[in-house]
Design a binder for this molecule. Structure first.
Ligand SMILES: [Zn+2]
Length: 274
């Protein structure tokens, strides 16, 4: 079943023939949004008279599920970015009218990861739409999507109320910088905390922030791969890492109450030292 109401409403729009040709889905859970769109694509294509959840009877639903239907393309960033070549391939593949299904449908994960040249290709693609193409761009933050693309999309909010599970990439990047500065550069002054974080993060985001820190220390503890920038943290002893994990856990606990965030951070940085 489509979990999100706004995505479910697209089925209604489809039945009324009112579907836009490109959507920007802003979501707090890309995986759930991905699943919901897939369900939507199945509903559009299912060969059974009445679509059944988890339809396993028809070939099309099966092909959609396994992402092997030629008229349904899923694009993930190639490394750090969506590349121009990926968009060219898509444009080429969708230059013919869809067969087997009514629409050519593409879905782009991480719509914030267009670079200048792929964004340009994307714009051309949106501006000269071939018939019967529908696109879904998925992002966790519409503010990070290139404006010219965003302005041509119909925006759909798809929130699943599971914010805590998804660490936005923005926060992860911030945490990398933060740990780099306090752990590697040893920039442990209280002024630094103030500069970097003062009033930028709400309490809820602060929880995500500390969870992202916890994730990195846990990776260290389990000797898993950690971000390149923080590689010198591997010199910490197990005891030192364990101490950090306990400290972050304590900060997370305190965030459940109405703590002063700046004081909490100062405390965190100072206690990393002893
Ligand atoms: Zn089916």
């Amino acid at each position: 079943m489509i979990k999100n109401e706004n995505i479910r409403n697209l089925v209604k729009k489809y039945n009324e023939n009112k579907l836009s040709h490109v959507f920007l889905i802003e979501t707090d859970n890309k995986e759930f949004a991905f699943r919901d769109i897939k369900e939507f694509v199945k509903i559009l294509n299912c060969q059974e008279n009445i679509f059944q959840e988890d339809c396993s009877k028809c070939n099309l639903c099966h092909l959609i599920e396994t992402e092997s239907l030629p008229t349904f393309k899923v694009i993930m960033p190639d490394g750090q970015a969506i590349k121009k070549g990926q968009m060219e391939t898509l444009k080429h593949q969708f230059s013919t009218v869809p067969y087997l299904s009514k629409y050519n449908i593409y879905m782009i994960q991480d719509a914030e990861k267009f670079n200048a040249s792929s964004a340009n290709m994307m714009l051309k693609f949106i501006e000269e739409p071939e018939k019967n193409i529908i696109g879904f761009l998925i992002t966790d933050n519409r503010e990070n999507v290139i404006h010219t693309i965003k302005s041509r999309c119909e925006i759909v909010n798809a929130y699943y109320g599971q914010k805590n599970i998804v660490l936005s990439s923005a926060i992860e990047a911030l945490v990398e910088d933060y740990l780099y500065n306090i752990e590697v550069e040893k920039e442990k002054s209280i002024v630094y905390n103030k500069d970097v974080l003062d009033s930028k993060l709400e309490r809820e985001e602060m929880i995500l922030f500390f969870k992202a820190i916890l994730k990195i220390y846990l990776q260290l503890f389990q000797e898993e791969i950690i971000p390149e920038k923080l590689i010198s943290l591997k010199n910490l002893s197990k005891e030192q890492v364990f101490k950090r994990i306990s400290l972050v856990a304590e900060c997370l606990e305190r965030l459940n109450y109405n703590v002063n965030i700046l004081l909490l951070l100062d405390d965190f940085v100072l206690r990393l030292e002893d």
